[in-house]
Design a protein around this ligand. Structure first.
Ligand SMILES: [Zn+2]
Length: 82
């Protein structure tokens, strides 16, 4: 029974974390120049489920600090043809 109680508590924590995370997500209509527009969906997902990060973006950047790091790690390397 002890294990079940722990699992239950973990389930509640996870649900709460996911609720909090979802509450910061925004859809395309809610994006503005102060929200991170890092896409959090795969290309095949339906339009109405296409959500973006929505965290506060760095001034002058379309992304929040975490996603700016990812973006510039992938793109913009010296010598990149992109
Ligand atoms: Zn972000």
């Amino acid at each position: 029974m002890h294990e079940a109680a722990e699992l239950d508590e973990w389930g509640r924590q996870r649900a709460r974390i996911e609720d909090e995370r979802r509450s910061t997500l925004v859809d395309f209509m809610e994006l503005n120049d102060r929200t991170c527009r890092w896409p959090l969906f795969e290309g095949h997902e339906p339009f109405y489920e296409k959500l973006y990060c929505g965290a506060r973006s760095i001034p002058g950047s379309p992304y929040c600090p975490a996603h700016a790091g990812q973006a510039y790690g992938v793109r913009g390397r010296p010598g990149s043809a992109d």
